[in-house]
Design a protein around this ligand. Structure first.
Ligand code: RRO
Length: 334
């Protein structure tokens, strides 16, 4: 199966990217992962000021995946420019890079775009509207306030020619409506979804397992949530969608393509197995060969909205997927 695909005005050599917050700024993984063999990666979200992050422990595993509350730990705008982006510029040419930005106010997003736009070596921005762990800001993320989504995306749009990808929240009761607002405000693509708010409690004390208390759920438990969001947004916008959430194996990436995602992002799987994304790239080629599918783009475009709507109506819901027996998935259950 041909994996190269045209999205955001450039050709991705394959549709598999590493998700924000799971690969630093690339250089941290240079010994472990061949980043140049992937479609690309999204950097850790950058804030104006350096952030030390939330109290430890910041991650905890459970049967369905992982809970994190990193708390936006990042070097801040100035050091991202001096210490991180030069490495990307000098070392990454086949993979495409999106720089993730996270403001604590609408205005801060604009300042981040203005501060970064003059730098070389990356394709565009992922606007993180959906961090569930921003203790400094508190309250629900921007992604759950459609007016804030409009203001942030349109203001960023006015400040850069580069592609803008809006990252939305999984716990959005109207993800289709929010997708529409981001589209109208000038986004070039959507990343769906960020992690889902949750908490884990220690059985001995009843206290939260994470230092910060609540966190964001990622891993296999997030996959049905992500797929649903992509599917719902697909009928509300013609923008490309980057599907994120619980991808462990090639079949999971295929499911996101069926839902309407043009690209996929992986994260939690790489914590368990650093080369998980490279394996998905290899697995997708094999999947296409076995199923007689010529290209990823065929797969993404295969399912028309009408056919899909009809299927959902006639069955009173989506058809159940065949049972999977993925080795990685069993690993989470150990
Ligand atoms: O840093 C984090 O705690 C974090 C962020 Br910014 C985000 O967008 N999603 C997430 O699960 N964790």
């Amino acid at each position: 199966m041909r994996l190269d695909t045209e999205v955001l005005g450039v050709r991705f050599q394959n549709p598999v990217l590493l998700a924000a917050g799971t690969c630093g700024f690339g250089l941290e993984l240079r010994e472990v992962v061949d980043l140049e063999a992937l479609g690309g990666f999204v950097t850790k979200s950058v804030t104006l000021e350096p952030r030390a992050g939330n109290a430890a422990p910041r991650v905890a595993e459970f049967g369905g995946g992982m809970l994190n509350s990193i708390g936006l730990a990042n070097p801040g705008l100035a050091r991202t420019k001096s210490d991180k982006l030069p490495w990307i510029r000098d070392n990454i040419s086949h993979a495409h890079v999106l720089v993730s930005i996270a403001g604590h106010s609408v205005e801060e997003f604009y300042q981040l775009i203005e501060g970064l736009d003059t730098e070389d070596g990356f394709l565009g921005f992922e606007i993180n509207l959906s961090c569930p762990n921003d203790a400094r800001r508190g309250g629900p993320p921007f992604a759950l306030d459609p007016d804030a989504v409009s203001d942030i995306v349109s203001g960023c749009r006015a400040r850069t020619q580069r592609p803008l990808v809006a990252k939305l929240a999984p716990n959005d009761a109207d993800i289709a409506g929010t997708a529409k607002r981001a589209t109208e405000a000038g986004a070039d693509a959507l990343s769906l979804v960020n992690t889902l708010p949750g908490v884990l409690l220690a059985d001995s004390t009843g206290d939260p397992e994470l230092g910060a208390g609540d966190g964001g759920i990622s891993g296999p438990a997030l996959r049905p949530v992500g797929l649903r969001a992509v599917r719902a947004a697909r009928v509300a916008t013609t923008l490309p969608i980057l599907g994120v959430g619980g991808i462990l194996a090639a079949e999971d990436a295929v499911a996101y393509a069926h839902a309407g995602a043009s690209l996929v992002q992986m994260g939690t799987a790489s914590f368990a197995a650093p080369r998980a994304a490279s394996k998905v790239v290899v697995g997708l080629r094999r999947w296409g060969r076995d199923k007689g599918v010529a290209s990823w783009e065929d797969l993404v475009g295969a399912r028309s909205e009408t056919a899909d709507d009809e299927r959902v109506r006639s069955q009173g819901g989506a058809a159940p997927a065949p049972a999977r027996d993925s080795e990685q998935e069993r690993a989470w259950q150990k």
